[in-house]
Structures are given as structure tokens and as C-alpha cells.
Design a protein around this ligand. Structure first.
Ligand SMILES: [Zn+2]
Length: 351
């Protein structure tokens, strides 16, 4: 039995934040309560479509939209007070016109990509050329081409929305935020402080909702939520399978799987919950990178925890020092009370 966190719990945890966001915009307490509930209903309904970990930015945007639609409604009532008939009929747009506008928007968004981005994307999506043969043409690797395609798709989605909504991003921070949301890249979202920007920027709050729903999972990355021993096995297998694509030798696959086991076991034992992200990287060379994050108590003395012979639990396993010896790159960042992130990489073809 897996102990999957229920979307319901995650959504309920958003309530204090939603009260702050909505309370800052709506004076009347009863109306604010209604809007918090309306937001929760919408977020809950969308929870399954939203990328894991994207629920909070999604909820921020939903809250803003719920408040904005209340304002629009009030404004419409004010403007239409003199009318006998409510003219707010449901839209019945000309379907052909709509289709042709969509095509124009796609064409313009494509024109905003670089020549190389556009050529690779069209070769892949329209001509059906696979990443391996694209890689051979470009003197690159299939993994690198796949990662580039994902970045290009993320950019295309952003540019398409900007064209379709006919908006120019008002600040220099907008595009980086929208790209981070579009690519579903949470590390990048933190770097650009996407959650804060969504609170401050009307344009991005309006545009980002479809981006968060549409972001596609990458095929060169696997995310495993960690809370039980069964998740340790899942993380180990995922790392092994992904690394096998790069042509690691069997012994190296075992080494990678062992290191993943160790850092994942640390999460289960000391933090309770967290996640492991395994991804293929191509810079500075090909390899597999593992990021293990938790929101546990943190490690008081990282130096000591990494010292050889130090085992965080008695006698069993290799602990962090063992995992460090097994991998080529290894870094630990820990903050007391906030959690620990271990990042480790194994390069392909290195001894
Ligand atoms: Zn913005």
C-alpha cells in the first residue's frame, strides 16, 4: 500500500495563503470568505491537471482571477445599469475566424524562435524526425536534443500566449517567470521567485494559468515523491532505467542505483517526505544527475555528516559519505528547519 498524499490535503494547506492573497484585495470579510471558497473549489477541480508541486502558484493565479472576475462583474453591472436587457450574451465566435486567428498566432510565435530552435522543432514535430537522428546531424546527443526541444516548446507556449492575448510583458522579469512556469522547472521557478512575481504582476497572473496546466512532463526526467520504503525502490529503479539510456556499464548502473538508495533512505528516515528528481544532463558532458530534496529538520553539521565513517543511522547502509564516494559530483545544502537538498552527478564514461 502506497501512502499517496491526497490532493484534498494539499489544497486545504493552501487556505492561509489564499486568505492573505484575497484579503489584501477584497475589503469585505464575507465576500473574501466566499472568494476563498470559490478558489478552493476551482483549485480542487483542477488539482489532477496541475503539475505536482505547481499547486501553490496555480492557486495564487486562480485567486487573482476569481477576484478579477468579481471586479469585472461589478463593473459590468455598473455600466449596464441603464439597460433593460442584459447584453452579456454567451460568446458565439465564428469558428473559421477563430481557427485562422489560431494559425496566425502559432505562425507568429514560431517566428519569434531562433532559426535553429524552429528548424529542430519542426523537424521533430512536423516531419517526425527522431531525437537520435537530429542529434547525429547536430553533433549532439539524443538527450541534449530532447532537453532542447522541451525548452523550445516551453518558449513557444509562452510566445503563443503573448501573441494571442496581444500583450507585451510589462517587466524584464516576466518572460523568465513565464518560461519557468511553462517548462514546469521548479528550480528555475524558485530562482526567479515566480510565486512572488505572480502576486505582483497582473499580466503574468492572467497568462500563466494555461501554462501551468499545459506544461508537459519531460521525457529525460523522472520525479518520484518520497515517503515510504517502497519509494526508495521506485527511485532506485527510475535512476537505473534513465541512466541505462546513456549507455552506462552495468556496474555503473548499480553504483548509481546504490547512491540513489542511500540519499532516498535518508529522506524516509529523517525527513519523512521529500522528492527525488533524476534527470539526464549534457553539460559539461553527458551524465545523470540526481536531486534529493526534503523539507525535514535539516542537518546541523554538513561537514560532519559528510565525513567518512560518519553514519547517520547505526551500522546500516553507507549514508551520505558513501553516496558521495560513489558519485562524481556531490553537494549538500541544508538549512535548519527548512530541509536538505542533495545534488549528485555521475558522468558517463568516466572512471
Ligand atoms: Zn510579469
Amino acid at each position: 500500500m502506497r501512502d499517496e498524499p491526497r490532493p484534498h490535503d494539499d489544497v486545504a494547506a493552501l487556505i492561509p495563503m489564499l486568505r492573505r492573497v484575497i484579503g489584501a484585495r477584497v475589503d469585505d470579510a464575507a465576500t473574501a470568505d466566499d472568494l476563498v471558497q470559490e478558489t478552493l473549489v476551482r483549485v480542487l477541480a483542477a488539482a489532477a491537471r496541475v503539475e505536482p508541486g505547481m499547486l501553490e502558484p496555480y492557486a495564487i493565479v486562480t485567486a487573482r482571477n476569481v477576484v478579477a472576475s468579481l471586479w469585472r462583474e461589478q463593473d459590468r453591472h455598473r455600466r449596464n445599469r441603464h439597460r433593460v436587457v442584459d447584453l452579456d450574451l454567451p460568446d458565439s465566435p465564428d469558428q473559421d475566424l477563430l481557427a485562422s486567428e489560431e494559425r496566425t498566432a502559432v505562425a507568429e510565435a514560431l517566428a519569434r524562435l531562433t532559426d535553429r530552435e524552429r528548424a529542430t522543432l519542426l523537424a521533430h514535430e512536423v516531419s517526425g524526425q527522431d531525437t537520435r537522428s537530429l542529434a547525429a546531424e547536430q553533433g549532439s546527443t539524443a538527450g541534449a536534443v530532447a532537453a532542447q526541444l522541451n525548452r523550445t516548446r516551453a518558449r513557444l507556449r509562452v510566445e503563443y500566449l503573448l501573441v494571442r492575448e496581444n500583450v507585451e510583458p510589462p517587466t524584464e522579469r516576466c518572460r523568465p517567470v513565464l518560461l519557468a512556469l511553462s517548462g514546469g522547472d521548479r528550480r528555475r521557478q524558485r530562482e526567479v521567485d515566480a510565486g512572488r512575481h505572480l502576486l505582483e504582476c497582473d499580466v503574468c497572473a492572467q497568462l500563466s494559468q494555461p501554462l501551468m496546466e499545459r506544461a508537459q512532463p519531460r521525457d529525460d526526467e523522472v520525479r518520484i515523491p518520497i515517503s515510504t520504503d517502497a519509494d526508495i525502490v521506485a527511485a532506485r529503479q527510475a535512476a537505473r532505467e534513465l541512466a541505462a539510456r546513456l549507455g552506462f556499464a552495468r556496474t555503473e548502473l548499480t553504483i548509481i542505483a546504490t547512491a540513489v538508495s542511500e540519499v532516498t533512505r535518508n529522506i524516509v528516515r529523517f525527513a519523512g517526505t521529500g522528492e527525488v528528481v533524476v534527470e539526464l544532463v549534457d553539460r559539461p558532458r553527458r551524465g545523470v544527475q540526481v536531486t534529493a530534496r526534503d523539507t525535514g529538520p535539516g542537518i546541523p553539521d554538513v561537514e560532519k555528516a559528510l565525513a567518512d565513517g560518519y553514519s547517520t543511522y547505526n551500522g546500516l547502509g553507507l549514508g551520505l559519505p558513501g553516496a558521495r564516494r560513489l558519485m562524481d559530483e556531490f553537494a549538500v545544502v541544508s538549512e535548519m528547519g527548512r530541509g536538505t537538498t542533495v545534488t549528485m552527478t555521475k558522468w558517463c564514461g568516466e572512471r
